[in-house]
Design a protein around this ligand. Structure first.
Ligand SMILES: Cc1cc2nc3c(=O)[nH]c(=O)nc-3n(C[C@H](O)[C@H](O)[C@H](O)COP(=O)(O)O)c2cc1C
Length: 218
């Protein structure tokens, strides 16, 4: 696949089939993702993979821990500024439209949000952690690792969805994967094959024009 095709083909998939994914393939994709650059080459990413039987046990573990937890970090800033606020609202509305869930149906929207905690049915997943010592530059490194992984997975014919929703269940996740306290959960990544019939998977989110986020200095 052409590089630009891989970039365009990667979209967030929110309905997966049960078709399994090999840990050997995930290992290969992680090795590629680890070629991502990081300031000082510190490589701050710390990854846990759950798959097969571990996924079954993890889902049972999540169901056994329904109580709310303090979030690991604020997922969005308070009073998110424009135009970011509208962009966020827009993609949410596009998604709920495809799912046929109107704005008034808060119960259905909440239930849909809960699908995050089933990895949207994906058979495999990553959890991305970073040491609490790390600051914004290393978090940015983690983002580069993450996008490289997502593109590598797309190139290999897999579907993914990064999920910061997991930052609202940090204790449940850390307990299951036995992550040490010094690690902080950034996000999960659902990995699998897309449910091709699912309308939600047809979502192509919008982007700002280059002129809206770039200034070429004369
Ligand atoms: C770090 C990160 C966390 C995300 N967390 C979630 C999430 O918890 N649940 C979800 O449905 N989508 C999540 N997304 C997907 C975004 O909503 C999506 O990337 C954005 O709307 C652009 O759409 P696209 O990925 O299809 O291009 C996340 C994406 C990133 C990069």
């Amino acid at each position: 696949m052409e590089f630009s095709e891989v970039v365009k083909r990667r979209t967030s998939i929110r309905a997966f089939t049960e078709q399994p994914v090999d840990n050997a393939q995930i290992h290969e994709l992680l090795a590629l993702a680890a070629r991502a650059p990081s300031g000082g080459n510190v490589q701050p990413w710390r990854i846990y993979v759950i798959n097969d039987d571990a996924m079954t046990r993890f889902k049972a573990h999540v169901q056994a821990h329904p109580q709310p937890e303090p979030a690991e970090y604020a997922i969005y800033p308070e009073n998110l500024k424009e135009p970011h606020r509208s962009a966020r609202f827009e993609v949410g509305e596009m998604m709920y439209q495809l799912l046929n869930i109107p704005r008034e149906d808060r119960k259905a929207r909440l239930a849909r949000l809960g699908e995050n905690f089933q990895f949207f049915g994906a058979p495999a997943a990553l959890f991305c952690f970073v040491d609490r010592q790390m600051g914004p530059p290393q978090w940015s490194d983690l983002g580069m690792f993450l996008q490289t992984f997502l593109l590598a997975a797309t190139n290999a014919g897999l579907a993914t969805c990064a999920q910061e929703a997991w930052a609202t269940k940090p204790q449940t996740v850390a307990q299951f994967v036995q992550a040490p306290d010094e690690l902080m959960l950034f996000c999960g990544v659902a990995i699998g094959h897309p449910e091709v019939q699912a309308p939600v998977n047809t979502l192509i989110s919008n982007r700002f024009e280059v002129s809206e986020f770039t200034t070429f200095i004369d």
